[in-house]
Design a protein around this ligand. Structure first.
Ligand SMILES: Cc1cc2nc3c(=O)[nH]c(=O)nc-3n(C[C@H](O)[C@H](O)[C@H](O)COP(=O)(O)OP(=O)(O)OC[C@H]3O[C@@H](n4cnc5c(N)ncnc54)[C@H](O)[C@@H]3O)c2cc1C
Length: 386
């Protein structure tokens, strides 16, 4: 449900203040410790951040897409690791349930996810199935009123903290493609489910990924997401459409933060007797970054509005994720350049953002996969005369 403008403004103000006063001062510590302090997680819960996109009837804030991306712009103004903790509950970890879950599944899980009492994770990728997720090998064999899951999932965000996994597994052993894939709701602690060691990553320290291994894990048939076999991949794709807009919005937020920091540095830093902001070559970098971030912001807002109006935004969401994630990479690169040697040093934090944003071009569909989706949809539309 869309909020009235005043309530939305209050929410954006509160999140903006929380980011500025509570999260930004902790960025360095979180990266050093590779952990978000528990009191900050508690504050995120109190603000309702775990339930932004979960409908109000299940305890969330029920934001529209256009509202959610504005919150993501605000959350993007700090280290992406903070957003990552709430990201799976609002995105890939809950939206399968919101979109395709049965009423009983929604009532059972969504209130806990919205309250942040339970962290969810989305387990699609495998060692041999990344971009080609439809070729996944994790198997789910029916035995009476249970399924027996076997396989390994890789790079699963929030796996070490998750209470609930949405797991994609092959229920039709004869199939080789997406049609034989079913989504299961699997609780952590189910015998036969284990989480591997935390992965050591390039960036986004404080956010954790790990393997999730299934060894004869017995899952009740009632835990098929949506109750029907063979629908899993369709659910995954619907979830990713929304996720692409959310990630695009986070990229815009990070870019705006980096531009602000770069401008402040350029106004302060003196060379050749004047602030480096006075040099036209530095101005060009600032102007290019500002222009691209503005274009990205407009793409996110317009696509979110179109989605809220009920239009199919598959193509536009892919365009947005592609442009925003590539854009923030260029902005981060220029931010390092504007900071000169200081940009390379850990003390200033710019190098940390440079590493953090690299991920956005890889997960929830690489840039190449976005290009394929966009071109495939263009060709489909041309053939059908759309
Ligand atoms: C930090 C992190 C968090 C993640 N979180 C999750 C998560 O929570 N849940 C989850 O399920 N997964 C998660 N992933 C996995 C992520 O979605 C995959 O890494 C991503 O989809 C790419 O798959 P891959 O790594 O197997 O690369 P590959 O698919 O092997 O791709 C390697 C390269 O080949 C290119 N390529 C592949 N196919 C084509 C093609 N047809 N045409 C052109 N180029 C192609 C790719 O674009 C890429 O450049 C996460 C990954 C990371 C790094």
């Amino acid at each position: 449900m869309a909020l009235d403008q005043e309530t939305l403004n209050q929410l954006l103000d509160t999140v903006g203040r929380f980011v500025r006063d509570r999260l930004v001062p902790l960025e360095h510590q979180v990266a050093e410790d590779d952990a978000i302090p528990p009191h900050i997680v508690a504050e995120m819960r109190d603000l309702g951040l775990f339930g932004l996109s979960i409908p109000e009837e299940y305890g969330g804030l029920g934001l529209s897409m256009a509202e959610e991306v504005q919150v993501a712009f605000a959350l993007g103004q700090t280290s992406p690791a903070f957003r990552s903790l709430i990201g799976t509950n609002n995105g890939i970890g809950s939206q399968g349930l919101v979109i395709d879950g049965t009423e009983a599944q929604k009532r059972h899980y969504l209130p806990k996810l919205a309250a942040g009492e339970m962290i969810s994770a989305f387990a699609l990728t495998e060692p041999e199935a990344g971009s080609d997720a439809g070729s996944l090998r994790t198997s789910a064999r029916r035995e009476g009123d249970h399924y027996v899951l076997n396989g390994t999932k890789r790079f699963i965000t929030n796996a070490p903290h998750a209470g609930l996994f949405t797991v994609f597994a092959r229920t039709d052993p004869a199939s080789r493609d997406a049609k034989g894939v079913t989504a299961f709701l699997v609780e952590a602690g189910t015998p036969g489910v284990s989480v591997g060691p935390v992965d050591r990553k390039m960036g986004q320290k404080g956010s954790h990924t790990a393997d999730v291994v299934f060894q004869d894990a017995r899952v009740p048939a009632a835990n098929i997401l949506g109750g029907r076999e063979g629908q899993g991949f369709r659910t995954a794709m619907k979830v990713l459409d929304r996720g692409r807009l959310h990630i695009g919005a986070v990229c815009v937020g990070v870019a705006e933060r980096l531009i602000r920091d770069s401008l402040a540095y350029a106004l302060d830093r003196q060379q050749f007797g004047q602030p480096i902001a006075e040099f036209q070559l530095v101005q060009a970098m600032l102007a290019d970054s500002r222009t691209e971030a503005y274009a990205a912001r407009c793409m996110v807002l317009e696509t979110a509005r179109q989605r809220d109006a009920g239009h199919d935004v598959g193509t536009e969401a892919a365009c947005t994720k592609l442009f925003c994630s590539e854009m923030v990479g260029r902005v981060a690169d220029r931010a390092v350049q504007i900071h000169g040697g200081a940009g390379y040093m850990a003390e200033y934090g710019v190098e940390r953002f440079y590493r953090d944003v690299r991920l956005f071009r890889i997960y929830e569909g690489t840039s190449q996969i976005q290009q394929l989706v966009i071109a495939r949809n263009m060709i489909r539309d041309a053939k059908s005369g759309r």
